[in-house]
Structures are given as structure tokens and as C-alpha cells.
Design a protein around this ligand. Sequence first.
Ligand SMILES: Cc1cc2nc3c(=O)[nH]c(=O)nc-3n(C[C@H](O)[C@H](O)[C@H](O)COP(=O)(O)OP(=O)(O)OC[C@H]3O[C@@H](n4cnc5c(N)ncnc54)[C@H](O)[C@@H]3O)c2cc1C
Length: 349
Amino acid sequence: MRVVVAGGGVAGSSLALQLASQGVEVDLYDRMMSYGKACGDALTLRPGIEKLVEETESYRGEVGRYTVRVEGREVAYVGLGRRNWVIIDKRRLVDGLRGIAEAEGARIHYRPWAGEKGDITVDARGPYAWRLRGSVMVYRIIARAEWERDHALLDFRVSSRGFYWVFPADPEGKMVNIGGGFEEYPKLGQVKASVFRYARELLGGFEVLDERGAPVTVKGPILLHDGEAYRVGEAAGLVVSTAGEGNRPAILSAEALAGAILSRWPGDVLGEYRRRVSGLIAEVRASRMLLSFVESRPREGAKIMASLPTAFWRDYFQSRVTLSRLALQGLRSPRLLGVLPRVLLASRS
Ligand SMILES: Cc1cc2nc3c(=O)[nH]c(=O)nc-3n(C[C@H](O)[C@H](O)[C@H](O)COP(=O)(O)OP(=O)(O)OC[C@H]3O[C@@H](n4cnc5c(N)ncnc54)[C@H](O)[C@@H]3O)c2cc1C
């Protein structure tokens, strides 16, 4: 069996690694010799993911405390003692995964994918697989500035349909990753200006070490196969929209597809892939529903976000928000119970 993978980002390179290590012939295409796309560099841990971070030596730090603001006002604070979010050196992670895949026998071609096909073809081109449909431009700065080394801040701007984040960027508390993305600002220059403004207000003085922007797919369908190729990661639409979280979904969907190929090919690979990725799909669907609900009523949406119980935010930061979890929490929180039917209705309309 020969597998062609288009795009060697987080999803494509982890898929190539997993298949090649099981003796599958893999051709991976990426247009960049070294991964360089902008990211917040936060990664929610799961057992298999932790192993990849260790193997690529891409660990940079860890987040244990999370603050939520809505329109600049603090509404929740969550402390999660055990390992949850790590901050990674993402270039090191992706380049490392590519290196291990190559050592396992994968062939890596550093040029744009031109439609080459294998017995199985996989599109892992991230937001570029969608020609940027459903994406929002996001900008981030890595700056030298004092910031608590285990503290993450999210500041939701419901009126602009997006959020700012501030994450630690090193283990010493001397560097931050500060960024944002808003549907209100479709042009990169607008997002960049707003992120710089926010950074000045929040941090005062800072020295810019690196700055760049990129698109992230927060809307649009979830698509596991497009008739020609399987899709993984952001190319499959697997981004938790309310958090802009795509790293963990990219790795988990690659793991699911690799497992399906290895166990089912030439049988029902798609059915098995769908089954293995169903938990992730439930999470992404819930995030899309919440997003469309909040966006359809910005004023009410901001109030509701500000009044969500801490239990919701605990789930949110652990990437465990699904409609069934929300319903369970709703039993204990009348505020949430009041919102849920309206979320469902809004997402249908
Ligand atoms: C500014 C920003 C901050 C973010 N912060 C976070 C965060 O903190 N945590 C988180 O979990 N997620 C975050 N995300 C989302 C996350 O970065 C992505 O969802 C994730 O990288 C998706 O992985 P992927 O492998 O599917 O796609 P990508 O990482 O985008 O990889 C796609 C690969 O395909 C290659 N490619 C594209 N077109 C072609 C072509 N024609 N031929 C060959 N190769 C091609 C690219 O070079 C790239 O290597 C952020 C996104 C942005 C833009």
C-alpha cells in the first residue's frame, strides 16, 4: 500500500510517522522545508500526544492557571493542577515529526503537492485545503515581557466576534505569545494593529522577537473524505472554533486515520475513521453551535458568556465541551440549562 500525504504540518507529519513506522510506503509533500506558520503554541495533552512532544523535545513550558475575560472584564479563573496545556516549540515539533517519519522510511518531497495520488491520498494542507473558506485571519507576537510562566489569559470580544490570548512563551516567564483573531477584521493589517494595541495596553513595554499572521478555519463543514482524498486536521474542518484549537485535533485525527488505514484497508477505512474520530467531531460540532449562538446575539451572548459557571470553563480548558457534557452540567447549573435549548435552536436556524 502506498499513501500520499499532501501537507506536512502537525496532522500530515504525525500521520506519515505513524504509517511509516508500521511499514507503509509514504510520500509526504510540503511546500516549506521547515514549518513556520504562526501559532499560540498551546497544546492540550492526551497520552499519545505527550509521547510526541517528548520524542521531538518540543516542550517549552506548562500552563496551570487560566483567566477568562469577556470584553476586558475578568469573569472566571480556573486552576488545573495536573498536566493539561503545554506550550510547545511548534516548529521543533513538526520538523521533529517529519524527521522521525523520514527515519522510519517516509519519503518527504519539499514542493507543493500537484495532485499526486497513492492507493490512499490524504489532504493535510490545513486551512489551505479550503482555499481559506470559513477562515479568520489571526496575528500573534512573541515578545520579551514579564508574564507569569504558568498563566494563560483569554479575552473574548463578542462584539468583534473573536478573542485575544496571552500565553507564556518560555519556562522563565520572560516571554509571551500574545495574539488575536476577529471576524470583524478580515484583513491581516487590521488584526495586527488590534493585537499591538492590546499588547501595549496589557503589557506596557515589550520587545518584539517575532510577529506573523495566518488563517485558521473556524467555520465550514467537517469533511473526512472529499471524494478524492481523506482529510485530517484543519483540512477536515477539525478546529474547536470557540478556542481556535487545532493542534490536538490535528494529531488525534491523524492517529484515528492511521489506525483506520492499518486495521481496515482495503475495506471500510472511512467508516472506521469516522468511528475513531467521533468524539472529536462531537466536540467540534458543540463549539460551532456555541459560536453561532453567541454570534447571532452579540449583546446577549456576551452576558451569557460572562455568567457561565466555572465548571464550564474547567471543561473548556480541558477540551471536554460536548453537548452531552453541557447537558450534564446544566443539571447542576440553572444558568446553563436556560441557555442550552436556545443554543440548539440557534444552530439549527
Ligand atoms: C495565529 C494562530 C494561532 C493558533 N494558536 C493555536 C494554539 O495555541 N493551539 C492550538 O491548538 N491551535 C492553534 N491554532 C490552530 C492550529 O495552528 C492549526 O489548527 C493546526 O496547525 C492545524 O494543523 P494541520 O496539520 O491540520 O495544518 P497546518 O499546521 O496548517 O499544516 C498544513 C501544512 O500544509 C502545507 N501546505 C499547504 N499547502 C500546501 C500545498 N499546496 N502543497 C504542499 N504543502 C502544503 C503547509 O506548508 C503546512 O506545513 C492557531 C492558528 C493560528 C493561525
